[in-house]
Design a protein. Structure first.
Length: 342
């Protein structure tokens, strides 16, 4: 059964611009749901450069990608936005009542009169390892993300990778897996030191296996994995039995299913007007790096401005029979009450 949600605005992308859009919409009493393929908010800021300093956010001489995300998440807490993480938007259609239905690959449906595309440069897509026939197993016994841990209880799991995702899921799935093996092509990792230490402790106590090796081939039938061929750095090969394979080799950015939404695109970007930041399709807006217009600058601070104007226009779509009264947070007691600072 699909999880169905109804709200005012569905936001595709939980990066800084999508997060700030929640704030601007919340000031106008518009509720939002956010969908993102990553397992946490932040988009490129947290996935690609969490520790990279950013110098052009007004009022913050220097802030890291992770700190900016943390501040934005804290700022929108009063508005109760709902996040649908680890999910890719895979379909968009208009209902008979004029609202939009946004579907995800996890079976989630978000119904809203307004859709805001804040997907940055596009969707983060897992990097598929160059293993022959791997597509035949995907979604059945090969997985690039963990949506429900219970689905892996009692499984014989093989995890490949040397980053945070590989180490985190090795640690989290070890207690419920029948057997778990981590493979990496070298005895060095790109993950947090404490995660590496935890993994090594689990291995030392026989709770997981760690092999310095690469996956060369998959064996099974009808999408069900029975084992893999592993190869060591010295080219020695052997068979390893497993029924679940999780390759965590990082992410790449692609426009993805957005290209199939029927929007007018220009060089993989969504043209918008600069009064509302609405696309050529009424009710669908685009803010941040995903949009294009004369004079466009791909800066976070510009995306914040776009989010503010989008919210004003979205109000008229969501509340066509209500009058919008413009207010300042510095002087409006009602806005300060919403923010919990009155």
């Amino acid at each position: 059964m699909a999880a169905r949600h109804e709200t005012d605005v569905a936001i595709l992308g939980a990066g800084p611009i999508g997060l700030f859009a929640v704030f601007e919409l919340g000031l106008l009493d518009l509720k939002a749901h956010l969908i993102d393929i990553l397992d946490r908010p932040g988009g490129q800021c947290t996935e690609l450069y969490p520790e990279k300093p950013i110098y052009d956010i007004p009022g913050l001489p220097v802030v890291s990608g992770q700190e900016l995300t943390d501040r934005l998440v804290d700022q929108i807490k009063p508005f109760g936005a709902q996040f649908h993480l680890n999910q890719m938007a895979c379909g968009l259609d208009r209902l008979d009542d004029g609202r939009w239905r946004l579907k995800t690959d996890a079976g989630t449906e978000v119904i809203a009169p307004v859709v805001v595309v804040a997907a940055g440069a596009g969707s983060f897509v897992p990097k598929r390892p160059p293993i022959a026939g791997i597509a035949d197993y995907e979604g059945k016994s090969v997985f690039y993300a963990v949506r429900k841990m219970e689905a892996f209880r009692g499984k014989n799991i093989l995890i490949a990778g040397g980053g945070d995702s590989a180490l985190d899921w090795t640690i989290n799935l070890a207690p419920i897996a029948a057997k778990l093996t981590l493979v990496h092509h070298r005895d060095g990792f790109r993950a947090q030191v404490h995660s590496v230490n935890q993994m090594r402790e689990l291995a030392a106590h026989g709770k997981i296996n760690f092999e310095i090796a690469s996956v060369k081939a998959l064996h099974g039938a009808n999408g069900q994995l029975e084992g893999v061929t592993l190869a060591s750095p010295d080219k020695r090969e052997w068979q390893h039995a497993c029924d679940t394979f999780m390759p965590f080799f990082g992410l790449t950015i692609k426009l993805g299913p957005i290209a199939e939404f029927g929007l007018n695109l220009h060089e993989d970007l969504i043209p918008v007007d600069t009064a509302k930041f609405e696309s050529s399709t009424p009710g669908i807006f685009a803010i941040g790096d995903i949009n294009t217009y004369p004079g466009k600058l791909k800066l976070i601070l510009c995306g914040f401005h776009e989010a503010a104007l989008m919210a004003q226009a979205a109000f008229h779509v969501c509340r066509p029979n209500e009058k919008l009264r413009f207010q300042y947070t510095t002087s409006s007691s009602s806005l300060q009450k919403k923010l919990g600072v009155a």
